[in-house]
Design a binder for this molecule. Structure first.
Ligand code: AMP
Ligand code: MN
Ligand code: MN
Length: 316
């Protein structure tokens, strides 16, 4: 399917979701490099917001564009790891103008907004889906390390329930391309700057348990972010650490986007479908990991979410 679409197009734009994470960057860069390696007569461009510093070891990341050209129409727009058009951000006009659009994604909330879609909600990552669509033999080490990055990040280093035997088999195939797996895990997933660790500490210190200790929540204000000199992409991983709290079913992490507007991350262990909770307030994601943006004070956010979480916990 992908092969045919690539053959039919001369110009191809690749885009992913706002505030790109490992899976988004990995799938975009992996596919871009694959096209460069195997379709030398095609022109491909990647459009993404600023990516975390630790992802710059991926050499093709240097070509990422942060602005769209005026009046350019691509033959094909490939949308990766993005569950709805609104989350494409600044590249959405290119998507609208493209002659054909194709979305590869694993968000359960994805309703199929592109002209063609390959959406598998149970897949570990978009990188796993991209891998399935590529010809194994034609994957270069550079494509392999990008795809590996995405799998590592979306499975929490092969930890979450979305990591299936097929995920491990695919990871093994990528490692056989000669990439440095341990380094990717260490330097992009675990390693944190001093400021990132400080703000993680602060978030944990100020976290509160509620709903019979089944929920944990914490928030970071813009003022605190400025104090530690961190930006949103530095806050990755805080919600996963909260989720590890013994006895907790749902973890809520939020940071201030602007006064009384919060970006919220939700994670659950077993019983709560956080995609449903997020979906109720216009967000989305996966059963065990979802996100949304909500207006109000941080207490309003917690109160609103609590109602939805409680309803699900009552059903258990
Ligand atoms: P995050 O908490 O931002 O790490 O996101 C967790 C998961 O939910 C990721 O797969 C995101 O792509 C998805 N997600 C986050 N925010 C939203 C949103 N506002 N709408 C839809 N999906 C989201
Ligand atoms: Mn993502
Ligand atoms: Mn993903």
């Amino acid at each position: 399917m992908l092969n045919k679409m690539l053959k039919d197009a001369v110009t191809i734009a690749i885009g992913g979701h706002i505030r790109p994470d490992g899976d988004c960057v990995g799938s975009c860069i992996g596919l871009y490099q694959y096209i460069k390696d195997n379709y030398k007569d095609k022109k491909a461009d990647v459009y993404l917001e600023e990516i975390p510093d630790s992802f710059h070891f991926l050499k093709p990341a240097d070509v990422i564009r942060h602005e769209i050209p005026a009046d350019v129409t691509y033959d094909l727009f490939i949308c990766l790891d993005c569950g709805d058009k609104g989350r494409l951000g600044f590249s959405a006009p290119l998507f609208d103008r493209a002659k054909r659009t194709f979305c590869i994604d694993h968000h359960i909330s994805n309703k199929g907004f592109a002209s063609d879609s390959y959406v598998v909600p149970d897949a570990s990552s978009t990188c796993e889906l991209v891998y399935q669509l590529l010809d194994e033999e034609k994957i270069s080490p550079q494509t392999a390390e990008a795809l590996y990055l995405g799998i590592v990040h979306d499975t929490g280093v092969f930890q979450y329930s979305c990591a299936e035997p097929s995920t491990f088999r695919m990871a093994a195939k990528l490692l056989e391309k000669g990439i440095d797996g341990p380094r990717i895990i260490q330097e992009t997933f675990y390693e944190k700057t001093y400021a990132q660790n400080q703000i993680l500490g602060r978030a944990l210190l100020e976290s509160i348990l509620f709903m019979d200790k089944k929920c944990i929540a914490t928030y970071i204000t813009k003022k605190t972010m400025d104090f530690y000199g961190v930006v949103p992409k530095d806050l990755e991983g805080i919600v996963s650490q909260l989720r590890l709290t013994k006895g907790v079913e749902v973890a809520i992490f939020m940071y201030e986007l602007e006064k009384n507007v919060y970006k919220v991350s939700l994670r659950s262990k077993e019983n709560v479908d956080v995609c449903k909770v997020a979906g109720y307030f216009g967000g989305g994601g996966h059963k065990r990991a979802a996100g949304l943006t909500m207006a109000g004070t941080c207490y309003d956010v917690i109160n609103n979410l609590s109602g939805q979480i409680e309803a699900q916990l009552d059903e258990v």
